[in-house]
Ligand binder design. Structure first.
Ligand SMILES: Nc1ncnc2c1ncn2[C@@H]1O[C@H](COP(=O)(O)OP(=O)(O)O)[C@@H](O)[C@H]1O
Ligand SMILES: [Mg+2]
Length: 294
């Protein structure tokens, strides 16, 4: 069985475009014939709303699996090569319940306590690891809530790579720094394979203050910042709210060549490069070409 490449998209800060980036990146991989599964760890369920369509939420969700030994049901999206595990609006409630069952309180929770006894996190890691070992999915994308809570830490311990979308604003840059300096090393001690793939400067506006903050992030974090940035662009927003990727959105417009499509394509190329997927991507393209010739 092939190994699933697991990429978490997270930042402590909300509204930095995590869900939008997770969806556009994942759907780009699906269009390159990778088998992609999304996991919605955020109880706001934005990713679930985007992918669910008319499908009913299954009876075994992440919420029920947090409180039982059942694994959540994988839902197939109407897009080819795309499946997902929906989130639940009651996920935080389930975490609280789980901690109370284990005699823990939220006050006790801090980074120093990600150890075996702090088993709420490990319970979630175990659920996620078992989803991954059960099928042929090649790329898993985890959309995380804006926090460094149990779901996020579990998602990171489970993952190979982390993409950190950040806006080029002071608030967002500060939370990105905090995330990298205070949380990433703790995760790496538990999962030595875990790496920050890159900081993604996202929703960047062409304003002097934002250009300065983006440059400062590049000075501070060097190659850890993706070379490719995503700008603030109304069509990314419109596509998202019509439950389409930027690539699908371009297809329904009379004018082709949306600049955002190119930005996302370059970004996905860089992700392929940083994840050492170039060979797999090439062979998929060749397989597709071959099957079309037959
Ligand atoms: N590159 C972009 N340009 C313009 N709007 C964007 C862009 N990326 C995301 N958005 C919009 O910003 C809002 C917040 O994005 P979202 O992905 O939900 O953030 P998060 O998951 O970090 O909370 C959404 O309305 C989304 O459509
Ligand atoms: Mg989100």
């Amino acid at each position: 069985m092939k190994k699933t490449l697991k990429i978490a998209v997270a930042n402590i800060k909300g509204g930095v475009g995590k869900t939008t980036a997770a969806l556009n990146i994942g759907l780009a991989f699906a269009s390159l014939w990778f088998n992609v599964r999304f996991i919605d760890l955020d109880q706001q369920c934005d990713l679930t709303d985007f992918l669910l369509g008319d499908t009913q939420i299954p009876t075994t969700t992440l919420y029920t699996s947090l409180l039982s030994n059942k694994y959540p049901t994988v839902i197939h999206n109407n897009r080819e090569n795309v499946s997902f595990i929906p989130g639940s609006h009651r996920m935080e409630e389930a975490i609280q319940e789980l901690m109370i069952k284990q005699g823990r309180t939220m006050e006790e929770y801090n980074m120093g306590k990600i150890d075996k006894p702090f088993s709420a996190i490990y319970h979630v890691v175990n659920i996620l690891d078992n989803i991954s070992s059960n099928d042929e999915c090649e790329i898993e994308i985890l959309d995380c809530p804006p926090s460094a809570g149990v779901m996020v830490l579990a998602g990171l311990i489970h993952s190979d790579f982390l993409i950190i979308p950040t806006q080029a604003t002071d608030f967002s840059a500060r939370q990105t720094r905090n995330f990298i300096k205070n949380y990433v090393p703790a995760i790496q001690r538990i999962n030595p394979n875990f790496k920050v793939m890159g900081i993604l400067i996202n929703m960047k506006r062409n304003e002097i203050s934002q250009i300065k903050i983006a440059n400062k992030l590049r000075e501070e974090f060097g190659e850890l910042v993706f070379n490719n940035e995503i700008t603030y662009n109304a069509s990314v927003n419109s596509a998202y709210h019509q439950k389409m990727s930027i690539f699908e959105y371009q297809d329904i417009l009379p004018t082709k060549n949306l600049p955002d499509v190119a930005l996302y394509k370059y970004l996905v190329d860089e992700i392929i490069d940083r994840a050492n997927l170039t060979e797999t991507a090439m062979s998929k393209i060749l397989d597709f070409a071959k099957s079309n010739r037959q």
